[in-house]
Design a protein around this ligand. Structure first.
Ligand code: ZN
Length: 212
């Protein structure tokens, strides 16, 4: 039975001195001078997700690898260590990120990742992906699904997915280096909807598979 939901928000934030606590590759300066900070976006969307999970489903132990109101970044090792301190059969992990492309500004849309091969993570990714699909179709945003292996997720052995023992997925909400995507990512209304649909996807997974 699932008891623990680990929420992981990628990278760091802006500290009280105004400094970004993570790698410069995780920010982007647009030609008009506006700067997008991936870690800030991840914390904003993830923080709302944590709020929904905490207020609507009290039976679950919601664990945050980083505090969304604290800019401190922690290592991937530490994030995995937190996830693996819980029993893998009682735990799921959701890592919230935003995307960037090369060259900058050419990517758009939503992706959800699991490790390669078919595991419980694929089922979790499918539930979250199908929920997010409803929102993205309504807003006419792109869904970067890959059905070549029979389900919608993309596969990549990212460290946090590979090293976490429990079912684990990584979301790339939209592209922070794409001006149109960034307008959504920084919009409080979009942030609320995005986190709500992720929440509903997690709940759908737990309702179907959380008790087995
Ligand atoms: Zn990231």
């Amino acid at each position: 039975m699932i008891k623990n939901i680990i929420l992981d928000f990628g990278h760091g934030g802006i500290d009280k001195n105004g400094n970004y606590t993570t790698a410069p590759s995780k920010m982007y300066t647009f030609s008009n001078g506006v700067v997008a900070f991936e870690g800030e976006i991840n914390r904003q969307i993830g923080g709302l997700l944590a709020l929904y999970l905490s207020t609507h489903r009290l039976r679950y132990n919601v664990v945050l690898t980083v505090n969304p109101y604290d800019a401190t970044d922690i290592s991937l090792d530490k994030r995995v260590e937190i996830a693996n301190s819980f029993k893998k059969d009682e735990t799921i992990l959701i890592s919230v990120h935003s995307n960037a492309s090369s060259p900058s500004g050419t990517g758009t849309g939503f992706e959800i990742y699991t490790t390669t091969g078919q595991t419980k993570s694929d089922i979790l990714a499918t539930e979250i992906g199908n929920s997010v699909k409803t929102l993205y179709q309504k807003l006419n945003l792109k869904l970067r699904f890959n059905f070549t292996d029979g389900d919608l997720d993309q596969e990549n052995n990212f460290f946090i997915l590979r090293k976490s023992a429990c079912p684990a997925v990584l979301l790339e909400c939209l592209f922070f280096d794409n001006w149109n995507d960034y307008q959504k990512l920084r919009d409080p209304e979009f942030q609320k909807e995005m986190s709500w649909y992720i929440y509903k996807g997690i709940m759908s997974y737990l309702d179907k598979y959380g008790d087995v």
